[in-house]
Write a protein that binds this ligand. Sequence first.
Ligand SMILES: Cc1ncc(C[n+]2csc(CCOP(=O)(O)OP(=O)(O)O)c2C)c(N)n1
Ligand SMILES: [Mg+2]
Length: 364
Amino acid sequence: MDYDADGFVRVLDEEGHVVDADAMPDLPDETLVGMYRDMRLTRHFDQRAINIQRQGRLGTFASGAGQEGAQVGSTYALADDDWILYQYREHGAVVVRGLDAGYLEYWMGHESGNASLAEKGIFPLNIAIADHLPHAVGMSWASKLKGDDRAAVVHFGDGATSEGDFHEAMNFAGVFDTPTVFFCNNNGWAISHPVENQTASDTIAVKADAYGMEGVRVDGMDPLACYAVTAEAVERARDPADGETRPTLIEAVTYRFGAHTTADDPTVYRDDEEVETWKQRDPLKRFEAFLRRTDRLDDEREAEIRADIEEYVAGIIDEASTVDADPGSMFEHAYAELPPELQRQREGFLSMLEAYGDEAFLRE
Ligand SMILES: Cc1ncc(C[n+]2csc(CCOP(=O)(O)OP(=O)(O)O)c2C)c(N)n1
Ligand SMILES: [Mg+2]
């Protein structure tokens, strides 16, 4: 796939004009509108999750606004049973597989919410940065050995590329030819740490060379370009012309419009001007402009989509809000049999809870 003058694979410019017809994915109109709907749903879910966090109904939340094109575009290129391993911000990938109350319950602190991801072939969100990259390589290697044709797509951030796990996973994937797609959402920041300080490489994509795999740099604000490069990577992983499965590193250059999490204040480390420049590149605006210009979307359909997603998200918030807290469940699921030290901790925790209720854990 060819790079444009800025060094990106790009299908749509900021106004939604097609700038590379050869890279344009051949997708039915309904699929394109479906992608738009999923991006709108992701953005709306994000806004509502932040609102209910402010009301004290949800713990910490990591906003994905700005990154919907990279997440939704790339996930549309997967088969339904390809594995997805994500970091924590890639709600768009979850939306494509079916957003439900369970996902929100997870963010509200209910362990049971994790089951919702498992049903969709998505691994639990991964707070320990880059830990899930070797897991993705292991999953895809297992698929290759079993001959079941499932690729694994692993999302991670620019910050994750500084971790040893990133390099170990890339090396292993290159040596063992695993069907893995490394999808780096380079949003320019790792909390307050700019990407310029993260690496001395010209780009993140170029790191693929060192591990003997293809690397590609894509405009992460362009859902169609993200679809196109992921479709190519998945084909290379699953069904290559020469019969040899290969991994790929994709660097999607994107931006998070909001704070790192609801516990962060980005105004102390980045300028409003930078945020405004990136908002001009909003993946939703450019995709909507493309769909309207090509007569795939009009006011009536847009209003229908808006009403539908607002009702849908309100419904899952209501449903998730009825779940009773079960704090003791945080000790479950990691082990089939709880080791003695964790048994001791669970007993201590539950007896504190019984004696003092929530008051036992409230900070002064
Ligand atoms: C191993 C590890 N080190 C440090 C942290 C603290 N931490 C949480 S998020 C984050 C930044 C990650 O940045 P990036 O990978 O670019 O993802 P982004 O948040 O930008 O999506 C850090 C350092 C952590 N969670 N895990
Ligand atoms: Mg980042």
